[in-house]
Design a protein around this ligand. Structure first.
Ligand SMILES: C[S@@+](CC[C@H](N)C(=O)[O-])C[C@H]1O[C@@H](n2cnc3c(N)ncnc32)[C@H](O)[C@@H]1O
Length: 277
């Protein structure tokens, strides 16, 4: 297994690709904006009633994974706690009836009038997160990288990932986070080996994060977009930090509807989209 060579001098940089893993100053806000928000995950996780599947091209430090894990863990799991009847001053005619729902992840309750659609949620909904990584960091480098985020991310998930990292092997690694209801399938290998490991018509969101296309064209070849198409579910979306014309054309030619939207911070543009109808 070939390990990443990391330069920690300023931003966290790959010496091999001469490119950064994420921006130096506001990596969390940047990754959240590019990958979670532009795949509309806050809304989709809230509304989802089933398992959800994501695929990431370039797992790197796992920052995108850990941010996604946090969002998944915090999604509301509403269940009906009880129905409350409140008698008004003028007796039965004025009584009001509410459903009281409990958010299973926080314990908070909320009152909603009867008749509002009740969203049942099962605790057994899992996030299936698939990712490919060709040059995994060593465990000490991964720990050093993630130490930057330990105040803002789920520490238990970070430690769990780090302990699994010691046993990482070439090929398929399945790391289950039972408390978070997440199954991470991390393939250690070249991008060309990724797609055979993904179930057909399953992926609901794609993160394209393989260094800049000018520095690492292997992560942006046209066959990748065609494979993405065959592994996409009907509601699949994608997002990426780049707005390179070659990437945009490749995705369109494969069958995705592509939008250029504002990039994060000083980056003018990025791409996002979904399956073309
Ligand atoms: C920008 S970094 C990803 C950052 C990551 N998403 C995170 O949250 O930390 C790009 C990643 O793509 C990986 N990569 C580059 N070329 C690859 C290839 N041909 N196959 C698989 N992975 C590759 C690199 O090793 C690196 O970890």
């Amino acid at each position: 297994m070939k390990r990443a060579k990391i330069n920690f001098d300023s931003a966290i940089t790959s010496s091999e690709f001469d490119d950064i893993y994420f921006s130096k100053d506001d990596a969390i806000a940047e990754s959240t904006y590019i990958f979670l928000d532009n795949n509309h995950l806050p809304k989709r996780f809230k509304e989802s009633r089933k398992n959800f599947s994501i695929a990431e091209l370039g797992f790197g430090s796992g920052l995108n994974f850990l941010l996604t894990a946090d969002l998944w863990h915090k999604r509301p799991l509403l269940k009906l706690a009880h129905v409350e009847q409140v008698q008004g001053a003028h007796g039965a005619e004025n009584r009001s009836v509410h459903e009281v729902r409990e958010d299973l992840s926080t314990g908070a309750t909320q009152q909603l009038p009867l008749g509002v659609e009740f969203r049942k949620r099962s605790k057994e909904e899992w996030l299936n997160y698939y990712a490919i990584e060709g040059y995994p960091m060593s465990t000490p480098d991964l720990a050093r990288t993630l130490s930057h985020f330990s105040d803002n991310l789920n520490k238990e998930a970070i430690n769990y990932l780090l302990s699994a990292w010691d046993n990482l092997k070439a090929g398929i690694n399945t790391i289950t986070f039972p408390k978070l209801k997440i199954k991470l399938t991390l393939i250690i290998g070249d991008i060309s080996e990724f797609f055979t490991h993904l179930p057909n018509n399953s992926i609901q969101a794609w993160y394209l994060d393989g260094f800049a296309p000018s520095k690492n064209p292997a992560m942006w070849e046209d066959y990748i977009y065609l494979n993405m198409l065959s592994k996409s579910s009907k509601e699949a979306t994608f997002s990426t930090f780049t707005s390179a014309a070659k990437v945009r054309r490749g995705l369109i030619n494969a069958g995705f509807a592509v939008e250029k939207v504002k990039g994060y911070g000083r980056k003018r543009e990025m791409l996002r989209g979904q399956l073309a109808s």
